[in-house]
Ligand binder design. Structure first.
Ligand code: RM4
Ligand code: MN
Ligand code: MN
Length: 430
């Protein structure tokens, strides 16, 4: 039995007040697209079938290494995080899965946790391991690395933790393990760059062997931080080399924030898919580094170009196309629920715009070396305001036409501020 957190009647009531305006905008966009030979219904169906997972750790306020400023009513455990994620999904109807992080989300009964999520209309997505922090009571420290540490006992502890995550994930119905490690160095000479990668391959192969047949191991690269001189899995090159060494169940995960500024991420996406190694995404945006800003808030055009490559990739080789779409960002100055609603909308909008690209015209222009027409074909799709399509798809699925307005009208956060334990001051981690 699904028990959605907000009043569905209230959402319907708010939608009713906006329905005429939306119908008007939708009909107008439908006529515009028809002139371009596009059936709006096909795009709306595509949007309705699209979803992106949200991170359990995104439900709380993030921070920087300087400070974290909690808000009243913030969730402090996985149960409260699930409830907030259910709010995001109820309003957006685009985020039906939650990606958990361990040990942060540890509980004693995972079957019960899975049922709890299901009752909220949620499932679980990729499980994330954490060997970038020490945990209370842990026998060995990750201060000098985890999967790549010199000390075999440290490596074993990190391997065991990842295998435990797979076991938890099985109980939750997940099928991907995402592995991001902070291992690396801060000084030239601190470690042998080749040997540390070899240690990674050795440890990762032991995790790989523990994967069930229908699971994938998603290797997430990151340019820098916490290591500032060299990171072991720093880029898509190291990631794909590791994935190729490990075997077919190992794939690469692209976190948009984990690249140097101005890197052509869409080209990386095309390369990874071409070699069967595109595993998934962590969507976010950035300006200077791994800023973990909200998806589409800085560079929505890049997001569109990534989805444009994804659609090409799927059409070129549909058999091998199953990227895991996830949000991974840090909500330091907003209500995380509002950020996740807005980010999911940006991601779906980028996808919808990519669906609008006239592929035949694009390919013909490319064939003829007609650079300007190729570019204009993308531009025409990117310029289109797809908001009415998204709103229609949401409302039809029971979501809100204006999701943030509906969230504010619900009074959810104020109610939770009365009920939930107050979050103490502390350092933010993501
Ligand atoms: C890292 C990375 C990982 C996430 C952690 C919390 O920068 O993006 O995906 O697990 O942050
Ligand atoms: Mn990430
Ligand atoms: Mn990150």
């Amino acid at each position: 039995m699904t028990e959605l957190p907000l009043s569905q009647d209230q959402i319907e009531e708010l939608n009713a007040a906006q329905a005429d305006a939306l119908d008007d905008d939708y009909a107008s966009l439908g006529r515009q697209l028809a002139r371009r030979g596009i059936a709006i219904k096909a795009i709306r169906d595509g949007v309705a079938g699209f979803s992106v997972a949200i991170p359990s750790w995104g439900a709380g306020r993030g921070g920087t290494r300087f400070a974290k400023f909690p808000i009243a009513g913030e969730p402090t455990n996985i149960h409260e995080k699930l409830a907030d994620c259910a709010v995001v999904n109820q309003l957006s109807r685009a985020t039906p899965r939650v990606s958990p992080h361990f040990p942060w989300d540890k509980v004693s009964d995972y079957a019960a946790l899975r049922e709890e999520a299901e009752s909220l209309g949620l499932g679980f997505d990729a499980v994330n391991s954490n060997t970038f922090q020490d945990q209370p009571g842990q026998p060995h420290s990750y201060a000098a690395g985890s999967l790549t540490a010199n000390d075999v006992a440290v490596r074993q502890q990190a391997i065991d933790h990842n295998i435990e995550c797979i076991e938890i994930g099985r109980q939750l119905g997940a099928r991907d393990l995402t592995v991001w490690i902070g291992d690396g160095t801060n000084f030239p000479g601190q470690q042998d760059l080749t040997r540390s990668f070899d240690r990674y391959l050795d440890s990762a192969s032991q995790i790989y062997r523990a994967l069930p047949d229908d699971w994938r191991m998603l290797i997430e690269h990151k340019l820098f931080e916490p290591a500032f001189y060299s990171t072991v899995i720093s880029d898509w090159g190291s990631s794909i080399l590791a994935a190729q060494e490990l075997g077919p169940k190992a794939k690469c995960l692209v976190d948009l924030g984990h690249h140097a500024p101005n890197v052509n991420i869409e080209q990386i996406v095309a390369r990874l898919h071409r070699f069967g190694k595109l595993g998934g995404f962590h969507f976010n945006d950035s300006k200077y580094g791994d800023d973990d800003l909200d998806s589409g808030s800085i560079n929505p055009h890049q997001l569109f170009l990534v989805f444009n490559e994804l659609i090409e990739a799927e059409r070129n080789n549909p058999g091998d196309f199953a990227p895991a779409y996830m949000i991974d960002q840090s909500h330091n100055v907003t209500d995380p629920i509002e950020s996740m609603i807005a980010s999911a909308e940006s991601i779906v909008a980028a996808y919808a715009k990519a669906l609008l690209v006239d592929r035949a015209a694009l390919h013909l222009a490319q064939e003829r070396n007609d650079t300007m027409m190729a570019f204009q074909t993308l531009r025409q799709a990117y310029r289109t305001d797809v908001t009415p399509i998204l709103a229609k798809a949401r409302a039809e699925a029971g979501g809100a036409i204006d999701a943030i307005a509906a969230y504010r009208a619900s009074g959810w956060r104020d109610r939770k501020a009365q009920e939930r334990t107050k979050v103490g001051l502390g350092a933010g981690i993501v």
